[in-house]
Design a protein around this ligand. Sequence first.
Ligand code: F6P
Length: 559
Amino acid sequence: MTTPIDATATPAWADLTTRADGFEPDLRAWFAEDPNRVARLTFDLADLRVDLSKNLVDAGILDALLALAAQVDLTAHRDAMFRGDHINTSEDRAVLHTALRRPAGAQPALVVDGQDIDTDVQTVLTAMSAFAGRVRSGEWVGITGKKVTHVVNIGIGGSDLGPAMISAALEPYATAGIQARFVSNIDPFDLAHKTKDLDPETTLFVVASKTFTTLETLTNARLARTWLWAGLEASGAIDGSDDARTDAVAHHFVAVSTALDKVAAFGIDPTNAFGFWDWVGGRYSVDSAIGLALMIELGPDAFRDLLAGFHAVDEHFANEPLESNVPVLMGLLNVWYTNFLGAQSHAVLPYAQQLSRFAAYLQQLTMESNGKSVRWDGSPVTSDTGEIFWGEPGTNGQHAFYQLIHQGTRLIPADFIGFVNPAYPLADDGRDVHGLFLANFLAQTKALAFGKTAAEVEAEGTTGALVAARTFPGNRPTTSIFAPSLTPKVLGELIALYEQITFTQGVIWGINSFDQWGVELGKQLALQIAPAVEGDEAATAAQDASTQALLAYYRDHRA
Ligand code: F6P
């Protein structure tokens, strides 16, 4: 295990600290003085147009950030990831989600720890495609011979957020008459609500769990199995015999996991199980077999297009010089805001209603990856890490929290994401509604960057205390990401962009972005507290005073 280079001890860090001291950004002046600013800071990354010009950096700051990347050896770490070195040190694993999207026949072949990675990836993709094709065509039927109309993915975290986000984003591509739903929460409302209007005879469950040990997922899978049996028995489709029930599970349950032995133990036929490998982190797994529900809903071709988008960004990240490498630049900007300008959060504001789950997806990707206080050798971090990601689609957010971004006291860098062409073109009295929507995207980024001075407010006739209230300070940093349309390929590009931004920041901070020990304690305690919730006196007595009081409230109010 290498010792991380302490970024805070580099000359570049000292340089950036000096530059941040008394820093007074002035986007109005910078734009006026430098006619090339926009061209210099705009990049094409596959299908994405990325405009960084409204960020709070001048050429000197950007150079210092690039020097920081060089001084922590970012490129060596990046190459180690692509090569399959065990950069996930605490679990002693390679980190190879990038291998999931290498095209068939990519050269040179990737062999890591004796595994022919490319062959294994393509074998699973082929099996998934064949299965998805059978479900979509109606060749695969439920136990009573009916075509599947709904596929319900049962998973949580990385086994839910990616597929759920993409399913919503690519809804216009779901053309085979099959709708995907996603059950994740152990709150029984989730499964009850999502299955309420479904017919067991036409429902297929995909149990998705990397470990196949996750409490929520296994509990929900058992609840789903009970729902299936009860429904089929009530309609007379099956009798209650063990054979009939086993047969029902074989027709209505498939699984995705790295632990295929545990899948078999649950009662799912191993021929209906799709595998992946421990070198795929949960939050990096949507492009593995974890995407099976998507492949069924959207089709194998759309899934391959998604992978092609991921791969295009991987290629750029792996090969582009740092000064024009978009994920590197965006990661460095985040470091600038977090470590030098004191930003604590980062807004992601898609101007696309289909991306309503994108911020939630990014929360796991970025915060489970980089929310760490120790570095990859176990030593304490030397600076702040992991900003808080959040967001909502525009224009909804405009009528909720944008006030704080425009005029509040906190610095909140924001990524705006928009698409030139709508999924559903609609006109309002002859006027293109999507154009109006995008005008809002452009208006917001303009207002945030350039604000409105007191003199401009006064020139409109405002006087007195209202002048200050109506003034916009500007210099609120944004990145604008534009693409022609929200296609599967473009979505793959967007996701990979944020994956590699996350990687870049993790390297600067010297942390292992691929483990998540911070989720373990709560899982252990939930198992210890569960008997107390059920009334066990000894388990109750073992709790702290606050937990005991909450348990007492629970018992008093349980209907
Ligand atoms: O919440 C922790 C976590 O381990 C995530 O990293 C993971 O994506 C999720 O749980 C689900 O895990 P699994 O796919 O093993 O069920």
